[in-house]
Write a protein of this length. Structure first.
Length: 105
């Protein structure tokens, strides 16, 4: 049994319609805060290559200049990039300088 506080009601009862309305509103709020794939701030090297029309190899070769965040401390940690920083670094251009190179398959 939980402790009682002055002015605390014994229990709160809601009509099923109220509970349903509350659940719908909470779902709306959660959905509105969840960025879609095109709005994610941190993106993979593959997504950087796709958005800026460069090869993945180019992205890995310029990872430090692009502000890569390394996930993990192993010999080949996964990289994530801040899409806003890359846009600033590349001057907001849709295409980065340099030749497009194909990555290994």
């Amino acid at each position: 049994m939980s402790p009682r506080y002055p002015g605390q009601p014994d229990e709160l009862r809601l009509a099923p319609e109220s509970i349903e309305a509350l659940a719908r509103r909470l779902a709306e709020l959660i959905d509105s805060k969840d960025p879609g794939p095109s709005e994610q701030r941190f993106i993979s090297a593959e997504e950087v290559a796709r958005r800026w029309d460069v090869g993945r190899r180019w992205v890995y070769e310029h990872a430090d200049q692009l502000g890569a965040r390394r996930l993990g401390d192993g010999p080949k940690p996964r990289l994530r990039f801040d899409a806003e920083e890359i846009a600033e670094h590349l001057g907001g251009r849709d295409r980065a300088p340099g030749p497009r190179t194909r990555g290994r398959r």
